[in-house]
Write a protein that binds this ligand. Sequence first.
Ligand SMILES: Cc1cc2nc3c(=O)[nH]c(=O)nc-3n(C[C@H](O)[C@H](O)[C@H](O)COP(=O)(O)O)c2cc1C
Length: 210
Amino acid sequence: MEIIEQLNWRYATKAMNGQQIPQEKIDRILEAARLAPSSNGLQPFEIIVISNQALKEKIRPAAFDQPQITGCSHLLVFAAWDGYTPERIDAFIAHTAAKRGGDPERLERQRQSLMNNFGRMDQDRGYAHAARQAYLSLGVTIVAAAAEGVDGTPMEGFDPERLDAILGLREKGLRSAVIIALGYRDTEKDWLVNLTKVRKDKAQFVTELN
Ligand SMILES: Cc1cc2nc3c(=O)[nH]c(=O)nc-3n(C[C@H](O)[C@H](O)[C@H](O)COP(=O)(O)O)c2cc1C
């Protein structure tokens, strides 16, 4: 399938059939998520991959009882940093140096620039910025899942505080930003499966300045 065909095929599935996604497909979807760009390359979020059914059952009430939570094969939780800290910025610079090497003075300038731009953000602004980076990776995840013929329902319909408590995220300096249920559509039970996709027309969506 070409990308436009894949994006027309996918939809935010409302009922999933519990079928398991092969591990190699999950691995490729997660690799695509990992390769998503982020502001300054900081990747200020992690992905928690939940395939344990008992844990999914526990999460469902915290997500307004949405059936995709338990009908999916894998539930991905995009957990963003709760803020930028000097330690996190230092760790990023150390990681960059280990992976790429490079001039120590240049790395120090990069560190200082990051400290100036992010190290001074208050926690709420830092979290909001980090969450935006997580959403970008979510977008790549959605496309990658479609390319694998896997359904994905992105979801904001959950109580982040309850989900954080279930997964112990706050203790790790993380906050759940958005989740995606990955699995396969239940064509019998999903009311949305045959409905026309609704999007703005191009004229309302794109302004061309030639
Ligand atoms: C950030 C985000 C949050 C969403 N939250 C939910 C959700 O909690 N439950 C749900 O069933 N769909 C959710 N959706 C799906 C959207 O309603 C859906 O993507 C949109 O209506 C477009 O339809 P389509 O994806 O089926 O083409 C969410 C989508 C996004 C991008």
